[in-house]
Ligand binder design. Structure first.
Ligand code: ISJ
Length: 439
């Protein structure tokens, strides 16, 4: 039973962090959701909810709504992300043992549209004051466990090593071949198959450094850090602000290294190879269809790009489409983020179509518990606003020296196992680079 929460939100002087939010990423245990200079960073833990199973989203939704209805909230800033917030990460599969979780931090620093704020959240008695909140933030920033463990000069003296996870590369390619054979029977149109690799970092994983690197380099992505799950995702499952919901659907990938040596501008090459490919466009169409069909019952109006655009990341190009919906009131309420996630997850971008057939094949062929990989990751506030990405291009820090990285690919009728394997390596690259491992 969590006690009643009390929260205080005050404006924060922008001068204190001229480089924006990433400059607060100084502890390995930081909770993080950032894109460019904006987002939320959390410290400490005032409350936590965990769940497994098919009802994990709705159980979390109920827990959060009870918590915030009871909460005593003083908010001097009032924008999405102020007041009490929870960071969360959910297991991909309803059958996973991995615990889905919502974590309410003790201190939150937020930045949005150039405005910064500080929220203190407590379940204890005692007065909340601006001076107290500033002092608590200072306390978290100064007791920096990452700095105590990692010394830059020794950071790479013992090289990190990599090994395959659940399946060898050959076995994973066999799984892709088996997936293509299933698609050819007509049972399903698309299947997303993932694999894992394990990095051992003898000097210890510096999670704060990983997050800073990802945030600095992958500026189009949302950099996330929740309880050992870290990464930078380019894919937005659902972003809710008031009555407006937005999603960014991706499917269709091209390694930017493939353009090396090609004539002409790299982006023209991407247009030709990605937007000009029947296979890639088909894969993309399936992903858009799945999202819009699931979102429609919650929406009064919806619009999506007619044509996908090319999303340029440092490692890959993607075919991308943004979808925007005006949420409808159902029984007098706009649906919450977690209710929407319950309907949308898993999308065809990370599971396949039809969902049930693809899900069963994933369990049969991957030999992998995806854990939080490809599950929703993000935050929500008391007013129902939130941002939930799909936990891609990420990893789970399993021990101080062990990191498990995940990557997957959409498989359709024309997929080639070798090409899909190469695509997983391109998708591992952001995490490998931020761990200081070259590939
Ligand atoms: C499954 C992943 O990515 C998904 C698969 C894509 C594809 O197959 O083209 C593209 C973006 C994501 O929707 C991953 O990064 O692990």
């Amino acid at each position: 039973m969590t006690r009643t929460l009390r929260t205080l939100t005050v404006p924060l002087d922008g001068e204190s962090a001229p480089e924006g939010l990433p400059s607060y990423l100084v502890r390995d245990d930081v909770l993080c959701w950032t894109r460019r200079e904006a987002g939320l960073v959390g410290f400490g833990e005032a409350a936590r909810f965990t769940a497994t199973g098919p009802e994990r989203f709705l159980e979390a939704d109920i827990w959060w709504r009870h918590l915030v209805i009871e909460a005593d909230i003083t908010d001097h800033v009032e924008c999405p992300g102020t007041g009490p917030v929870a960071f969360g990460s959910f297991a991909f599969s309803k059958a996973s043992d991995h615990e889905s979780r919502l974590i309410v931090p003790e201190i939150v620093v937020g930045v949005r549209d150039g405005r910064a704020w500080l929220t203190q959240i407590t379940a204890d008695d005692g007065e909340l004051t601006e001076a107290g909140a500033v002092a608590a933030l200072k306390g978290w920033l100064e007791s920096d466990p990452a700095a105590a463990v990692v010394h830059p000069e020794v950071f790479h003296s013992t090289p990190a090593t990599l090994k395959t996870g659940s399946l060898s590369e050959e076995d994973w390619m066999d799984a892709v071949t088996a997936g293509v054979a299933e698609i050819r029977t007509g049972k399903l149109e698309k299947l997303v198959l993932a694999r894992d690799i394990v990095a051992t970092v003898p000097e210890g994983v510096n999670a704060a450094e990983v997050l800073r690197q990802l945030a600095g380099r992958y500026r189009e992505c949302w950099t996330y850090g929740v309880d050992g799950l870290v990464g930078a995702t380019p894919e937005m499952l659902i972003q809710v602000e008031g009555r407006t919901a937005q999603a960014r659907v991706l499917a269709g990938t091209l390694d930017r290294r493939d353009a090396v040596g090609e004539a002409g501008l790299p982006l023209d090459y991407a247009e030709r190879v990605l937007a000009g490919s029947e296979k890639q466009r088909h894969e993309h169409e399936i992903a858009i269809q799945s999202l819009t069909t699931q979102l429609a019952p919650f929406s009064e109006a919806m619009n999506a790009h007619d044509e996908p655009f090319i999303l340029e990341l440092p490692n890959v190009w993607h075919l991308a489409s943004d979808v925007k919906a005006e949420l409808a009131e159902v029984e007098g309420h706009v649906p919450t983020c977690l209710a929407l996630i319950n309907a949308l997850h898993p999308t065809a971008a990370v599971c396949g179509t039809p969902t049930q057939v693809a899900g069963a094949l994933i369990r049969q062929l991957e030999h992998l518990d995806r854990g939080p990989y490809a599950g929703p990751v993000g935050w929500l506030d008391a007013a129902g606003n939130g941002e939930w990405g799909i936990a891609l291009r990420g990893a789970v820090i399993e021990s101080p020296t062990t990191v498990r990285l995940y990557a997957g690919c959409g498989i359709v009728e024309g997929s080639q196992p070798e090409a899909e394997l190469a695509e997983t390596w391109a998708k591992f690259r952001p995490m490998l680079e931020s761990l200081g491992i070259s590939n």
